[in-house]
Design a protein around this ligand. Sequence first.
Ligand SMILES: [Zn+2]
Ligand SMILES: [Zn+2]
Length: 328
Amino acid sequence: MKELGRRCSLCNKKAVVYIPYQRRYYCKDHFVEFLINKVRSTIKRYKLIKNRDKVLVALSGGKDSAVMMDILFKLSKDFGFKLAAVHIDLGIEGFSDESRKVVEQQARRLGANLVVVRLNEILGVGLTELSRKARRPPCSVCGLVKRYLLNLAALVSGASKLALGHNLDDIMAYALKGFLTQDLRYISKLGPSTESIDDLAVGRIRPLYEVYESETRLYAQLLEIPVVKSRCPHFRPNQMEVELKNVINDIEQERPGMKLSFIRRFVRNIQYYPGINEDIIPCKYCGMISSTGECSFCRLTKRIFGEPMGPRAKRYLKDLFDVQNLWT
Ligand SMILES: [Zn+2]
Ligand SMILES: [Zn+2]
């Protein structure tokens, strides 16, 4: 841990971090408390979780979702909600096995129930092969598959909320990307939460909406939360999101707090982006949410396998979830 040579602004212990937008130094304990409180006020500000909610946490193996789980666990008594975790094993060689093992450690550490959904067991192929067959970039197929399976898992599990680990830097980079590519419909999907729609979609929440990426990184380090060490082989450092994050952080350095004020104004303005009131027509194959009557998962798999795989995914998940014992 970096030695700052300063004392915590709240007690006399050694500081481990300086938070420029607060002009405060924190020791380990006070930083952990600061971040828990930040998530607590995010949940209240955006009304993300209610008493008696069943919150299904999507764990990827990375630091953000792990930190989210850790903090939600600590807040679950105060807010009176239940927690369980789900992990999508994408079957990416040299990456997914490690991710799954780390996620299992993360869940065990908290005594949380975890369900692992294996793409291979649904489709007979992993993500890499699927994107090759689809002739589409792995990251776009990955996003589509994860969105679909997470929503399906949340529905089948009886969850009332699906918690995603996107942090403030992620959201801001996605929003800028949406602006630069003029995909304004995409921007409309970047709010702190979405509503549940009966039998079609479980409301998504983003408890780390106001949390900086540097803050989740430090929290994971300080509490020695296990996280995946290797990078996904499909990751490219020149992906637009990555470049945008660097630019955003350069600006933040000169103007501490810029990211926070962005996100708060963004939430107020999100209603003006197109796509917020999109049509909702259940998929004719699997009955899940879509805007055209054919969901993107069924469309993609029908093109590749000659058969839409949504119904099969649904059966697989129903067999997988022991709903009675999930929400303890
Ligand atoms: Zn302190
Ligand atoms: Zn479908």
